[in-house]
Design a protein around this ligand. Structure first.
Ligand SMILES: [Zn+2]
Length: 145
């Protein structure tokens, strides 16, 4: 996970300042609900962040329209990244909360070109619980939806 963590006080988030052009950024796209700009960390060349224009800390703080708009912009940016950089792979990453790996508390989605040996890793500890446990989890979610 990235080492940079934004510790700005509430209301002065680094991405809100970027949206307001109070700090410099390499923007690539902007519409009513979203903004896309180069990640200053550039894990790989062409690494872009797509964020909401409005401050929303996590996915759960966005409206359905904002969440959909971020994915629409990410889709557009991903096609541009593919055309401009021709990476053999592409990963979208969206993190929520410190334990989720979020380092800037303003909703954003990473569009990351991927290459052999790029050093990016995400451990994925499969557990394969019994089907009754899956059914129980599904029931809890159906009740919440
Ligand atoms: Zn913000």
């Amino acid at each position: 996970m990235p080492m940079f963590v934004d510790t700005s006080p509430p209301g002065q988030c680094i991405f809100c300042r970027l949206v307001a052009n109070e700090i410099p950024s390499a923007k690539v796209f902007e519409d009513e609900l979203t903004v896309a700009f180069m990640d200053i960390g550039q894990v790989t060349p062409g690494h872009v962040l797509v964020a909401t224009q409005r401050h929303a800390a996590t996915l759960l703080d966005t409206t359905p329209e904002e969440a959909a708009a971020v994915m629409r912009t990410a889709h557009r940016v991903a096609r541009a990244v593919q055309a401009a950089f021709q990476p053999p792979g592409l990963t979208l990453l969206q993190a929520n909360g410190a334990l989720g790996g979020q380092t800037v508390a303003h909703f954003h989605l990473h569009v990351v070109p991927r290459h052999e040996g790029d050093g990016i890793a995400l451990t994925w500890p499969r557990q394969e619980p019994p089907s009754a446990v899956l059914a129980s989890h599904a029931e809890r979610l159906r009740a919440a939806l």
